[in-house]
Design a binder for this molecule. Structure first.
Ligand SMILES: [Zn+2]
Length: 245
């Protein structure tokens, strides 16, 4: 998906880049690589252990209702995407969580490489959230892995700097689009504190957080601070302990 979106961005870009795309891929690739190494050792094993244990002991609402096979996969996908909507909303509204999540928003360009840009402490918090979702629903390992793959694919799709043309309005019936997600990355707070959905756009419509940005808003992405340091590792990692909003 990363390779595909990099390719599509080359042909149908929505916004011009002011810095080298190779440099952005290099920086965000390095961040993602270091995150992945830490995740494999620290966060993934306990989460996988929890998912296997919960499933084996048939804990959670899913097994209680007799959900299995494809029903479990589909319900897990929709339910966990709904939970993900709220996690993202809290990432913006809870000051401590925003300290981790703002690292992602410091990016002054938004393209598929932005999907690789998260602070390790945001992953620590999301591991705790995901553990609670597993305990609530009790998905099978297959259902949980399908959700993880789907959410990664959709995040790569809606971060991509691509112009969808007439497809934009069709995809919006169901899914978050790159234009709507770019609105979530504007410096302008009116649109930034909106459009939290990842896979299904329904949640934003349902909970009143859908916002459309105009072309002027979409010209300035990122946050007001650190605009020249978005590709600095020091600035990136120290985001949670920095002063300010
Ligand atoms: Zn956000």
């Amino acid at each position: 998906m990363l390779a595909l979106m990099l390719l599509v961005e080359s042909f149908f870009p929505a916004r011009p880049w002011r810095v080298s795309r190779v440099k952005r891929l290099g920086f965000h690739g390095l961040v993602a690589l270091l995150n992945q190494i830490l995740m494999r050792f620290i966060f993934v094993p306990p989460l996988m252990w929890l998912a296997t244990t919960v499933h084996a002991r048939e804990w959670g609402i899913g097994p209680a209702l007799g959900a299995s096979g494809w029903v479990d996969v589909i319900v897990t996908l929709v339910l966990f995407d709904f939970f993900d909507y709220w996690m993202h909303r809290w990432n913006h509204n809870v000051p401590l969580l925003w300290r981790f999540h703002r690292t992602h928003h410091y990016d002054t360009h938004v393209d598929v490489t932005t999907t690789l840009r998260f602070h390790i402490l945001e992953f620590a918090a999301s591991t705790v959230f995901k553990a609670s979702w597993i305990l609530i629903w009790g998905p099978s390992m297959l259902a949980f892995v399908v959700f993880e793959i789907a959410i990664t694919f959709y995040a790569m799709f809606h971060h991509a700097n691509i112009r969808l043309g007439p497809l934009e309005n069709i995809i919006r019936w169901v899914h978050m689009t790159p234009r709507l997600h770019a609105a979530h990355h504007t410096v302008a707070v009116r649109t930034r504190d909106n459009n939290y959905s990842t896979i299904f756009l329904w949640w934003d419509h349902m909970f009143g957080t859908f916002a459309e940005a105009d072309d002027e808003d979409l010209k300035t992405l990122g946050l007001t601070e650190g605009r020249n340091s978005d590709l600095s590792l020091k600035w990136f990692w120290s985001a949670p302990v920095k002063l300010g909003p």
